[in-house]
Ligand binder design. Sequence first.
Ligand SMILES: [Fe+2]
Ligand SMILES: [Fe+2]
Length: 508
Amino acid sequence: MKNTKDIQNLKSQNSSKPYIKRFIERLKQNKKSQLKINFIDREVIYPLILLSLLISLLLHDYKRGFLAFLGSTILVFILLHFFYRDLKRYKPTYLKKKKSLLLLSSLLILNLVVAKVFEHLFYIFSKGMGIENPIIHYFGIPLAIGAVIVVMVFDFHTAIIFSLVLSLMIGIWIKISLFPLYVFITCLIAAFALFRVKKRSDIMNASFYIVLLTFISSLSILSITGAFNIESVYFLLVFSLTNGFFVSALCFSFLPALEKFFKIATPLSLIELLDIEHPLLKHLSVEAPGTYHHSMIVGSLAESAAEVVGVNPLLAKVASYYHDIGKVRMPEYFIENQTGCISRHEKLSPHLSSMIIISHVKDGVELAEEYNLPEIIKDIIQQHHGTSLVTYFYQKALKEQEIPPSEIDYRYPGPKPQTKLAALIMLADAVEASARTLDDPTPARISNLIDKIVKNIFNDGQLDECEITLKDLIEIKKRFEHVLTGIFHRRIPYPEIKREEKKVGSFS
Ligand SMILES: [Fe+2]
Ligand SMILES: [Fe+2]
């Protein structure tokens, strides 16, 4: 009874307070920081303001006053903040490294500087040629250069958001109502054309599509705006050709410098790393043929599963080829390279053996630095075992030693996989290493083994720090099963052969 009275008193007290007072009280109860974080990200506010000012300086029409500059700075800030929030929501791994944000910001500025320079040149050219249409020269500007580099270095999602933000920014500069739409379409065409570039000639082929589709879309824009005439068609074709040519030419010119400066991997550098004549791979194949063969199969596994989980297959393959490169320093201590019956570990203590095994990660990172491998490959080398346990030698130590050994001494130093790609390589590596030990690799046994390994890695918490989902794991398992069944195909006895075997008494 007393409780009901209390509730009634409280209700009457609350209802007597004016609504605004109650609202203010509720606001006070919330932490100030929480409110601010929901509205704006404080950690990036100053870099974003600085970048907005820089971009506004590029976009600003200097005939207009300070108010116009302030207006464009605010709009640019909103667009940049939207870009940042999108990355935070959908691509959080890029935010872990400031380098990625710096590269994206640099690409935005580079794209706008290139656009400004070419606009000026084409303006002089069109004046010289006596072109009457005042907007036609804009269609020659190679605006897709940023989107092309973003799709090659980052991914398609980031390229789309980059294109959207860039095209809206261009709208602040070139005040033709449909021009941002044209820019967005051009960038999308370029991003689509170069989404899965595998060789240098792919960029040239993509330029052809950029020319063709840029020409069609610019014609459409002119038709909609009513600026269409026969003379325009001729000049549009010239400007579209120039546009396509400069997109690929600038891409070839900027990529090597960006690769060096930001230590990033582009499809062009990845293709070079796949070459078996690369000194590190050559060294691995001679010094540690078992590891080399293992790395090739890990490459097939990772590549097959990459696309379905949103990882670049080319990058997955290259990362697999180099993940165990550290084993070249002491190849004979790793089981896949042991040829004789006597193991090198026989005379060593379990702790020393585990230290040798674990050291291949550190050695790999050192070699990656020495041979200037991209940062992303170095990360994979470092993370491909996470903080997992060297089980064999830990169990051996448990059996041999009176005092139970510390588990930490037998674990890899980590870090755990930070990206989906690192997790994929970890799974492919573990699955390949275990599949080799299968005596009778039937599809059912392969499937059970993959299931067991994925579960063990998951339960050990190795996948806790990356954004891999359970759905991804199911897809990865399916792909691994498919590839491994294919690899072990010859070793799986067919029913007919089995019958033969019974008759003859042998099978080979
Ligand atoms: Fe390894
Ligand atoms: Fe490995």
